[in-house]
Design a protein around this ligand. Sequence first.
Ligand code: S3P
Length: 441
Amino acid sequence: MKKFVTIKNKLKKFKKEIYISGDKSISIRCVLLASQAIGISKIYNLLESEDIFNTLKSVKKLGIKVKKKKNYYEISGLGLNGYRARKGLTLNAGNSGTFARLILGLLVNINEEVKLIGDKSLSKRNFSRITEPLKLFGTRATTFKNKLPVKIRGAEYLRPIDYHEKIGSAQCKSAVMLAALKTPGITKIKAKRSRNHTELLFKSLGIPIKTEIKNNYDYIEVRGLHNFKGFSYKIPGDISSCSFFLVLTILSDDSELIIRNVNINFTRNGIIKILNLMNANILISNKKKYKGELIADLKIKSRKNLKSINCPAKYNTTAIDEFLVIFLIAAKAKGTSTFKNLEELNQKESPRLDIAIKFLKEIGIKVRRNKNDIKIVGNPNLNLNGKYIINNFRKDHRVFMMSCIAAFSFGGYWKIYNPESVNTSFPNFFKTVDQLGKKLI
Ligand code: S3P
């Protein structure tokens, strides 16, 4: 693939209907849970991206058979005790924070030391937020200065824990839930609200779990050591990948887009809520429930009168991966938008809060920062004609895609590096751009 893409023109008007690839969070969870089931699972519409390939490679290294069939992946689980690790086993999570964090939960009972490594970006991220609670179960786990590599050796006798998760991280919550699966007795979790795909999957598999929401906290109880059988699952479209095209349509002229079969689960729908508060008018139709998830079609048109927002912080976790493109809408809205408590944005594949501020300033948008709060002064007449080079963003897939959307929407001459980064979460990104009428690669 090329070192960079060049974008010189805005997108011409389009009117299309598209499907978006499978949800990354659910894809990783389905593979991991299938690897713990007894017997064969069939996973349809699995996202075929690097994060998922790293997940599949790693479960294979742990002794699980994976076969790619015509339109599904077949995973032969060996039950809760089925992983086998040879001496000196190293798992490489690549860029995937979700896989890296969740697999640690499943390794709490592994009988050999396993080393977990990742790429440059993942190696800068915090892992003690996972190893600390896992150690409470009795497992041994070390980090290198709170980061990768993590070395973990499971314990034969695990004890259930009471865990208070304060960040609002679904990865922390899920790692503990997966460890709880392997532990006798009841593990109790109080977690600041975050995406709930692990809870919904546990429920659909009949794993004993109780959940309750109180004052923006999830109270979860998992009873461990419950065996479950192989299952079938059809992964819905990823709202995070979808968000690039929602924003592109809003910012384009005279365009319309329907995106079918998107997961709009209420723990993931912050982008819809926020953009609608900014006068975007995203319409939801054909809602259906699937294994607890809420799937629907989204319809969106270009909008001229975008309004600024004082974004309620309660939406932060439900839109955590979408803020980069939400900021593009704020850049074009009338008035000053405020976003607060965005510290977790700097804990992602790149420090996204820092990068977004630099990006917005480079395209001439006024941004004021106070610690982890930002104010973006919108410019409804934003129209660029300068030259913009986007580089040094730790190959963060979402920074790359957001930059392409800015280029298509605001004009100017752009050179955006590391197009291969889309392979992390959304290898079909370029194909979807093609569908809207532009050949990029
Ligand atoms: C994810 C949780 C979020 C999100 C990430 C996927 C998940 O991270 O940013 O892209 O699948 O659990 P945190 O749990 O660290 O907030």
